[in-house]
Structures are given as structure tokens and as C-alpha cells.
Write a new protein. Structure first.
Lengths: 113, 878
């Protein structure tokens, strides 16, 4: 919940949202909470960027929105992954792992000789 | 149903509210969490908002995304629905081929006729003339005290305009006449434009090869050059660039070819060769002499922003100045100007617009007819529409579907119409009706295609919207329980009856117009032209070149020529004249009776003058009223004599005997005879005063040979040509035409307008008769049960028949009343086009009403017979 973490990389937020929704439909607040907890609040995901990202993903057809009743019986907008969204998540997941592995490998590599 | 329509409901109608609700929920959840963690409500709210960051920016970003998505979905939805509607429309068209064919034929005819006439109007009237700054070009005219306007000016007056005007950038003159040209293959007659050198530049005429005229080439002694038109160069020299530098000879002078114009270049009068005018002493703004020798067409380009009124006013001013400076020659005369376009197309503008209006009416009738068909089908489709309505399709959605079907019909009909227009426009151009000006500018170009497309779309809306509104009427769609067959019959039927009345009224208007044009054309052909064209043919011969340097040589050759032709078997009379009957006024000379006081200035002291040989009046069959014709004794040196027509006798010698009187017209002449009036212009214009002089005393190089014969005069043409060739193989001969051709040419335009208008009227009549047929058939089918009951109760077949026909005649009668009223109201539009008949012509109106009633009766006879044959037992079972 701190403001001090590193800025989230472009594209990473999309991946985290897709991951958050991979367990089932959730509203925006739940997505925000999941990201906070899953990253130990290390990433500064402001709601100001989260919601436009959700709408953008919906526009791309990766997620789908429906109004429904929340756990405390309030009307809330629930998002769920579409088939395309799930495919996208798999691809992004692998991309990210390859990317991160490459960066780690580089960071751990010995000096030039 | 496409996937996204499910999401649509999510947003409600307003994306902003949707986003705000979503974000509010988020903030509320956060506040609750903070309170659970022990915060005060106020603190929690503040921290939640703080944590959220820029609320408005996030909200706006979301709204923007949603709106973008929605627009995209709307467009996609539109196209998906359009695809559905089109697919549906195509299926409907296939399922009802008879309906489709009837509608398409009607629309194609209506739209095609409109496009064809529009292409004529566009080519002739709307498109600008093919000259540079064509809208700024004006033609100057001499205005005589009696109101007559002449399109030519004299050389000194032309120079005076050049010197004194304030409104033009350029003033140029041109003399257009046929010349015999030697040195270009065989001797030939060419249309020569003899111009002041600036004319080419002013009109935007450019040379493709060689050069145009140099400024000094109007001066005396310089004018020995010629520019050929592109067409003439192609036709005569086969497009050989080596013609430059070669010479041609006309009237004994030799000219060097210096250039050839581009294909796009043209002059107001068709010209094969362009020569520079030779500015002799008469081209002098201060000269007194030669002011009444008018032979120059003067064209001028107005300065930018100077309108026709200002130009005309300036010409009037110069005219007044000339009256003061040169009273002997210019007293009572003034100058006027007319935009060149008006001069060229002025007298066809109105009739063409009338035709365009008429063909527009035909399209309206076509629309009404198709609307009628659609209304009938709308009733048949009532069940289907009810089902769709019950399944949730809104009224707007159903109307859209029906209108899509109409537009598809309209577009297909328009495409076929375009093909019809293409064919008929080509046929029209190749028929060359009535020397319509600018006929070569008529073509089916992009503008016409756009017009057709627009007409098709507009038409579709006109004929599609009423039936669509009617078919989707709330009452009609309410519930499925109503039986499909009788759905909303009353209202639809009233609407259809109204459309039929409208069609009938339009047909009446067109029939009345056509009737008046027919009557006026008949009146024109019944006018006695004053001569008997039946047994004569005519041939134009030009005697030019070295062998005909003086008048004696010309006369001698003409005498030989007539002798040879006279000797041909079958020939009854041979004559020569300078001006043919119905061939125009020809030369106009000043005229005065010797010893009589000068006429008041408002009398045109002019007379049309023609040369003629003794047998001329015999050859054309015009009677001598008094005195004598010319004889072989009227020779060049014998006392000058003249024969005048009755119009001249009436004008100049009221209550006197003109025989023996002496008149002055380019010299004194003694009047020896009076002949009957021969029409000079058109049958619609009375004969003007005319004076004939013996050919021997007024010889011209261009002569019209008139040969009358027993039997077909044209059969003589080959031997006549042979005789002339035998005398001089170098003489250019025009084609021989029967004299009757002069008569038919003189009424060619009225005939053209009449034919088209009649065609339109007949189409409109046929369409409206179809309309009546359709409505009556439908109503008989609807009321078969009722008719059956009446027959079971004792009505005879004849009663039923009369009742149905009577209904049709009631509709037709209403149409007649509305149509006649409208026709009379519109009559003023064509009044000026009529001859010998008024707009309120009882005969025409009676004929129109009869024709219409008769066709309504015929059209309703078949449905009526069907009604009379209804079997009551079967009708009950239905």
C-alpha cells in the first residue's frame, strides 16, 4: 500500500490483471487488492491506472464485464477472462518469464574479459 | 445475435454514469477496509481518495475508452444489420419475382428517362461553354428602333466599341462564312472564320502544331496566313504535320498554313479554317463610311466582376454616343449585349427545362406506382412483420429494413436506368434532333452518373417511406391474433387509392402538355408556307476561284448550268436563287419608296432581298398576284426591276398599287410584280417583307439551284451533279435535298419536343393505368366475400361489373379534376412554346379526359370481370 515502490512497467499491469482474473470473476477492487497482496504492496499500482487498464483490456476483448452483486450485496462490475484473454495470459506469462530470466542471467553474469 | 450486443446493456445509455458507479464502488470498498483497520470514517474517506490518485483523470480515461468502443460497436452494428437487411431484401426480391420485375422495370424507365434528359440539359445548358472564362463572354448586337436585334456589327462600329468601352478586357470580331478552298485535295467548301487576331487567345483556342496569329497579321498586306482546325486537318490532310508552310487558295488569294488548333479548341461557330481579318480603312473608330455594312460577329470578354447588366448599360452608352457622332448612319440605332451562352442556348433553355420537368413527373408517377406495389405487398407481409415485431424488433428497426429493401430496388433500378439512359442518349445524339445547339457536348459523364445515383436514392425514399410507415403502423403490428389477410386493409387501401389519384393527376398534366404540343405542331404544319415543296429539289453551288473573277463570268456559267439541267428529261423548271424558302431572311437591305416621306423611326426600313431567275416562282410553285415575273429580257444592263411579296406591298404601299412604283434599295428599282408570301424563317413566324431582284441584276457566287420535276425530284440529283461536273469539275457541290426537307427542318425542334413529351405522357398513362389495375385487383380480392354475399342476395354479374368499373372511374375522375386544375395552373410555363393553340384548349382537355377515362375503364375491366365471376359458395368457404 505504500507509494514508494518502483513504477510498474508498461504491459506488466495488464499481465497482473489477467493473472488476478485467472481464478474467476472479480470486481476492480478485488483485482487491486489481489495485486497489493500478491506483490506485498511492493508495486505502486494506483487505481488511477488500474481502471483505465481494465477498460482497455475489455475493449481488446480479453476480459468481459458484467454487473453483479458483490459479497456485501452491492452492485459491482465484475470482470472475467474471455477465451482470448486466457490465451493472452499464457503468452504474456511465458514472455515475462523469458524476459526476467534473461535479465537475471545478465545481472548474474561475470564481467567482460 | 452478435456477441457484443450482450455487452450493450451493461453501459446503459450513458458510459459516464457507468464508470462513476464502478469507481464509487471501489472507493467505498476501500473506505470500509480502512475503517475495519481502525480509521475514522472521515479519515478513511480522505485516505481512500488520496490513495486513488487523480480520480477525474482515471474516470475520463475510462469514459473515453468506452465511448470509442461504443462508436465502433454502433458502426459494426449498423453494418451487421445492413448485411442482414440486404440479405433479407435479396431473398424477398427472389421470392416475389413478378413484383420485383414490375418494380424494377418501372424504376429503370423512370430513372433512365430522367438521366437521359438530364444529360441533355447538363450538356447543353449547365456545362460551361468550351471557351476560356466562358461565363464572361458577351456577344454584341445592333438594336434597331423597331426592336429587332441583329447579331452583327459593322467594322467602324466594332472599332468604336473597342475604343470607347469601359467594361471589357478584350473586344474581338469574327466573320464566319463558307469559302471555296483549293489546294486541300479536291476543291471544297469550307467554313471559314475570319477573325481579329486576339479572338483565338480570348476564346482559349490553342495551336497543337505551328503558331497562332501574330498581332500585326490583321494589318493590310499581312493577312496571308491560315490556321486549320484540328478536325479539318485530320479529315483533309490526314493529320500530316508537313502541312505547315503549304498553301491553300480561296477567292484567288493564297494563304500559308501556319498552324493547327488543338482538339479541345473550338469557336462558337464551327470553323474548318481560321483566317485573320484584313483591317482595311473601314476599321476606323472615326470613320463615317461603312457603318451600316454589318457583317462582324463581335465577342468580348468582360472584366472580372462586371455583370451582364453593366455590360449592356455600357453598350447602350456607346450606342447613344454613336447616334450623336454619326447621326446619318446611326440615328435610332443602339448597341446591346447578350451573354454568349444565352445567344447559343437561349431559345432551347425553356423547352429543355420543360422536358426535364415533364420527365420528373414521369419519375413521380413511377414512384407512386412502385409505392403502390409496395403497399400491396406490405399488406401481404403483415404477418411476417407482426412476428418480427413480437420478437422485439422496434418500429424504427422494421422501417429501416423496409427502406433498405426500397433502396436496393432503387439502386438496381437506377443501374438499369443508367444503361437505358446511355443507350437513349447515344440514340438521341446520333439522331441529331433539330440542330440542338451543343449537341456534341452531351454525354453520360460523372455528373450524370451522380445525378442518377441521387435520383435513385431519392426515389427509393419517396416510394419506400410511405409503405414502410404504413406497414409498420402500430395498429397493424398489434398482436398476431388478427388474421394476416385482412390486416389494416382500410387504411392501406385508402393510401393506395390516393396514390392512384396522384398518378392520374400527373398523367393528366403530362397528357395535356403533350396534347398542346401536338396541337401546336399540327398547327405549324398546317401553316401554308406559300410554296409547293412537293416536286422540287435544291442543291447549293459555290462559284469561286480564278474562273469566276467577275460577275459576267459567274452569270455566264450560271446560265450554261441552267441550260444543261433544263435539258434533262423530266425536268419541268430550273431556277437559281440566293435564298431558299424557309432558309432564313438572307440579305437585309435598306428600303425606301422613291418620293415618299421617310418612315417614322420606329419602322424598320429594311427589306429581305434575294436574287432569283425567271422560273424561280414556277419552280417552287408560288403564285404571281399581280404584274409579271422576271423574264429573259431583264438583263444586267436593262432597267433594274423588282418583284415584291404581298407582305412588302402591304407594308410599304397600303391602299396603293405598287406596280410601276420605284423603290430605293442599294439603287433604284421599278416594281414589276407582286408574288404571294413565302415563309422565310419558321412556320411560326409570319413572312417578312421581301424583295426579289433578277439574278442577272443581283448575282451571287453562292447559288441555290432549284429543280422541279415530274415524279421524285431527288431521282434527278445524280444527273444534275453530272451536268455541273461536266461544266466545271472544280465546283464544290453540296448534297441535294428535296425542298420538302426545308419544311421538315423548319419544324424539327417543335417535332422533337412534341415527340419526347408525348413519349413521357404515354409512359405516365401506362403506369397510372397499371396503378388502377393493381388497386382494383387488390380490392376485388379483398372483398370477394362481400361480393359473394351480394351475389347470393341476387346482385347480377353486370351490377358487380359496373360497381368495380365505377370505383375505378371515381378514382380517375378525382385524378382528372386535380390534374386539369394543375395543368391549367402550369400552363403559363409552356405558353411561349405554343403556336396556334392556347393553354385553355377545350379540344385538348376533352381528348385528355377521354383518353384517361378510357384507359381507367380498360384497366379496371379485368378485375371487374373477375369480380363478376366470383362464385358465392367458394367465396364463403375462404
Amino acid at each position: 500500500m505504500s507509494q514508494g515502490g518502483p513504477d510498474i512497467l508498461r504491459g506488466t499491469l495488464d499481465l497482473l490483471i489477467l493473472k488476478a482474473l485467472s481464478w474467476g470473476p472479480a470486481h476492480g477492487y478485488a483485482v487491486a487488492r489481489w495485486i497489493e497482496q500478491a506483490t506485498n504492496d511492493a508495486l505502486a499500482v494506483g487505481e488511477g491506472t488500474l481502471y483505465p487498464a481494465l477498460h482497455r483490456l475489455e475493449e481488446r476483448g480479453w476480459i468481459l464485464a458484467t454487473w453483479g452483486a458483490s459479497e456485501n450485496n452491492r452492485q459491482a462490475k465484475f470482470y472475467e477472462l474471455t477465451r482470448r484473454g486466457r490465451t493472452q495470459l499464457r503468452a504474456e506469462d511465458q514472455n515475462w518469464r523469458r524476459y526476467a530470466a534473461a535479465v537475471f542471467a545478465a545481472l548474474d553474469a561475470p564481467a567482460l574479459d | 445475435m452478435p456477441r457484443w450486443t450482450r455487452f450493450r446493456k451493461l453501459f446503459g445509455l450513458e458510459p459516464k454514469g457507468d464508470v462513476e458507479a464502478e469507481l464509487a464502488f471501489h472507493v467505498e470498498m476501500r473506505v470500509r477496509e480502512l475503517i475495519e483497520q481502525g480509521d475514522t470514517p472521515e479519515g478513511a474517506r480522505r485516505r481512500a481518495l488520496e490513495r486513488f490518485g487523480d480520480y477525474e483523470r482515471a474516470r475520463d480515461a475510462c469514459v473515453a475508452i468506452n465511448e470509442r468502443r461504443r462508436t465502433r460497436m454502433d458502426v459494426a452494428e449498423f453494418f451487421t444489420e445492413l448485411r442482414q437487411d440486404l440479405g433479407y431484401a435479396v431473398r424477398m426480391m427472389r421470392r416475389t419475382p413478378a413484383f420485383t420485375a414490375a418494380a424494377l422495370v418501372t424504376l429503370a424507365l423512370g430513372i433512365g428517362a430522367n438521366s437521359a434528359i438530364f444529360s441533355v440539359v447538363h450538356g447543353v445548358l449547365l456545362q460551361s461553354l468550351p471557351f476560356r472564362d466562358a461565363e464572361r463572354l458577351h456577344h454584341l448586337q445592333m438594336l434597331y428602333p423597331d426592336g429587332t436585334k441583329y447579331d452583327t456589327l459593322s467594322a467602324p462600329d466594332f472599332m468604336s466599341v473597342r475604343a470607347g468601352q469601359r467594361v471589357f478586357e478584350q473586344v474581338e470580331a469574327m466573320d464566319v462564312r463558307p469559302l471555296t478552298m483549293l489546294g486541300a485535295g479536291e476543291p471544297r467548301e469550307v467554313n471559314a472564320a475570319i477573325v481579329s487576331v486576339g479572338m483565338l487567345d480570348m476564346l482559349g483556342v490553342k495551336v497543337a502544331i505551328g503558331r497562332a496569329f501574330a498581332p500585326e497579321e490583321n494589318q493590310k498586306g499581312h493577312a496571308q496566313v491560315v490556321v486549320l482546325s484540328h478536325g479539318f486537318w485530320q479529315r483533309v490532310f490526314g493529320g500530316d504535320p508537313a502541312v505547315l508552310g503549304r498553301t491553300v487558295t480561296t477567292a484567288g488569294n493564297t494563304y500559308t498554313i501556319i498552324g493547327v488548333t488543338t482538339t479541345a479548341s473550338s469557336l462558337p461557330d464551327p470553323a474548318d479554317a481560321i483566317f485573320p481579318l484584313e483591317f482595311d480603312d473601314s476599321y476606323d473608330a472615326t470613320a463615317q463610311k461603312g457603318r451600316r455594312s454589318e457583317f462582324l460577329e463581335v465577342l468580348a470578354r468582360a472584366k472580372a466582376g462586371v455583370g451582364p447588366e453593366a455590360v449592356d448599360a455600357d453598350m447602350k452608352r456607346i450606342g447613344a454616343q454613336l447616334q450623336k457622332t454619326f447621326p446619318q448612319s446611326n440615328d435610332g440605332l443602339t448597341l446591346a449585349s447578350i451573354p454568349l451562352r444565352d445567344l447559343i442556348v437561349g431559345d432551347v433553355r425553356k423547352p429543355l427545362l420543360v422536358l426535364l420537368g415533364a420527365v420528373g413527373f414521369v419519375l413521380l408517377v413511377a414512384c407512386a406506382n412502385v409505392a403502390n406495389l409496395l403497399l400491396a405487398r406490405g399488406s401481404a407481409r403483415h404477418g411476417e412483420l407482426s412476428v418480427r415485431s413480437a420478437l422485439g424488433a422496434g418500429r424504427a428497426r422494421l422501417i429501416r429494413q423496409l427502406v433498405t429493401e426500397s433502396i436496393l430496388l432503387g439502386l438496381i433500378g437506377g443501374t438499369i436506368g443508367l444503361a437505358i439512359a446511355y443507350l437513349s442518349t447515344n440514340a438521341l445524339i446520333s439522331a441529331r434532333p433539330a440542330d440542338l445547339p451543343r449537341i456534341d457536348d452531351i454525354r453520360l459523364d460523372a455528373t450524370v452518373v451522380w445525378f442518377t445515383l441521387g435520383a435513385a436514392l431519392l426515389t427509393s425514399l419517396v416510394f419506400g417511406l410511405i409503405p414502410a410507415l404504413q406497414a409498420t403502423n402500430e395498429h397493424l403490428l398489434r398482436g398476431l391474433q388478427e388474421s394476416g389477410r385482412s390486416g389494416g386493409g382500410g387504411r392501406t387501401h385508402r393510401m393506395r387509392a390516393t396514390l392512384v389519384v396522384v398518378e392520374m393527376a400527373l398523367a393528366v398534366i403530362l397528357l395535356t402538355g403533350a396534347g398542346l404540343f401536338i396541337r401546336s405542331f399540327m398547327a405549324l404544319t398546317e401553316v401554308d408556307p406559300g410554296f409547293q415543296p412537293g416536286g422540287a429539289m435544291t442543291l447549293r453551288v459555290s462559284l469561286q476561284g480564278a474562273d469566276y473573277a467577275n460577275a459576267d463570268q459567274v452569270r455566264a456559267r450560271v446560265a450554261q448550268l441552267m441550260d444543261r439541267v433544263r435539258s434533262l428529261p423530266g425536268v419541268t423548271a430550273v431556277a437559281v436563287t440566293s435564298t431558299l424558302p424557309l432558309g432564313g431572311l438572307g440579305a437585309l437591305n435598306d428600303f425606301a419608296v422613291e418620293g415618299a416621306p421617310p418612315p417614322p423611326p420606329d419602322v424598320n426600313a429594311e427589306i429581305a432581298v434575294a436574287g432569283a431567275t425567271p422560273d424561280y416562282f414556277t419552280a417552287i410553285g408560288t403564285p404571281l398576284k399581280r404584274g409579271r415575273f422576271f423574264t429573259e429580257l431583264d438583263q444586267p444592263k436593262s432597267p433594274p426591276v423588282a418583284v415584291i411579296n404581298e407582305a412588302a406591298a402591304k407594308k410599304w404601299f397600303p391602299n396603293q398599287d405598287p406596280i410601276g412604283k420605284r423603290v430605293l434599295s442599294g439603287g433604284p428599282h421599278e416594281i414589276v410584280g407582286i408574288v404571294g408570301d413565302v415563309l422565310q424563317r419558321t412556320p411560326g413566324q409570319p413572312a417578312a417583307a421581301q424583295m426579289f431582284l433578277p439574278y442577272t441584276q443581283r448575282s451571287s457566287r453562292t447559288i441555290r439551284l432549284v429543280v422541279s420535276a415530274n415524279g421524285d425530284p431527288l431521282a434527278l440529283a445524280p444527273s444534275v451533279r453530272e451536268q455541273i461536273r461536266a461544266l466545271d469539275p472544280n465546283l464544290p457541290l453540296a448534297e441535294a435535298i428535296p425542298l420538302t426537307e426545308m419544311v421538315s427542318r423548319s419544324v424539327a425542334r417543335p417535332r422533337f419536343y412534341m415527340s419526347l413529351l408525348t413519349l413521357f405522357a404515354v409512359v405516365a398513362l401506362a403506369l397510372s393505368a397499371t396503378g388502377i389495375f393493381g388497386v382494383m385487383s387488390y380490392s376485388v380480392a379483398q372483398q370477394s366475400k362481400e361480393i359473394g354475399i351480394r351475389m347470393a342476395l341476387g346482385a347480377r354479374a353486370a351490377d358487380v361489373l359496373t360497381a368495380v368499373v365505377g370505383r375505378a372511374l371515381t378514382l380517375a375522375g378525382l385524378g382528372v379534376i386535380v390534374g386539369v386544375a394543375a395543368a391549367l395552373a402550369l400552363g403559363g410555363v409552356i405558353r411561349s412554346q405554343l403556336f396556334g393553340v392556347t393553354v385553355f384548349d377545350p379540344l385538348t382537355l376533352a381528348a385528355v379526359i377521354t383518353v384517361l377515362m378510357l384507359s381507367a375503364t380498360l384497366a379496371s375491366l379485368l378485375p371487374a370481370t373477375r369480380a363478376a365471376r366470383i362464385d358465392p359458395v367458394k367465396a364463403f368457404r375462404q
